[in-house]
Design a binder for this molecule. Sequence first.
Ligand SMILES: C[S@@+](CC[C@H](N)C(=O)[O-])C[C@H]1O[C@@H](n2cnc3c(N)ncnc32)[C@H](O)[C@@H]1O
Length: 192
Amino acid sequence: MNKLSDWERIAGVDFLKKAGIKKGNKVLEFGCNDGNYTIPASAVVGEKGTVFAIDENKTAIGQLKEKIRPLKYDNIEIIGTNGALNFNLCDDFIDFVMLYDVLHYFNIKHRRILYKEVFRILKPDSVLSVYPKHIIGNFPLMEFKNVTLNELVNEIQDAGFKYSGKICSKLSHDSHLEEGCIINFVKKPRYR
Ligand SMILES: C[S@@+](CC[C@H](N)C(=O)[O-])C[C@H]1O[C@@H](n2cnc3c(N)ncnc32)[C@H](O)[C@@H]1O
């Protein structure tokens, strides 16, 4: 069985509280991999909350299933997918969405589809939280090779979210810890 890291058990829990997750929340992590953030989120939301964890990587999902066995709360719903950008979740249902180290997989067209879907499932005034890895100045990669932080913030705001601040901390990235910042946005009621 994969052992939980100290970060997943302790520092990650403190960090996600600072990021805005609360007891009883319904949280979605899209692109959860083996759960570096899903696992601490489970501890924060507690027995009345739920963490929906989506990933298309079957190996990672298998590892996550192993890792969550000994957890205190049975509150993680793992959703394996074929990579679809629409989720089987109701409108205005989720309190906090994590898009951590995942947006660089998608071109602008697909990112816009993803933002729209996140907007649909989030409750009004709830939080979209992004860990903007691999933009210019931060080991640029894949679809973010030419994207700046400002451009990313603007495209998310254009999708109906309002930037609400950044939280910097020691964060988990792949299999190591590093200093980094997540950026938060609030879903603003749509002028439909
Ligand atoms: C770099 S990992 C980040 C994992 C985790 N969020 C973290 O920060 O530790 C990105 C994850 O996104 C997943 N992913 C990429 N595209 C996806 C898609 N279309 N649907 C579901 N998962 C996807 C990958 O399989 C991978 O596990």
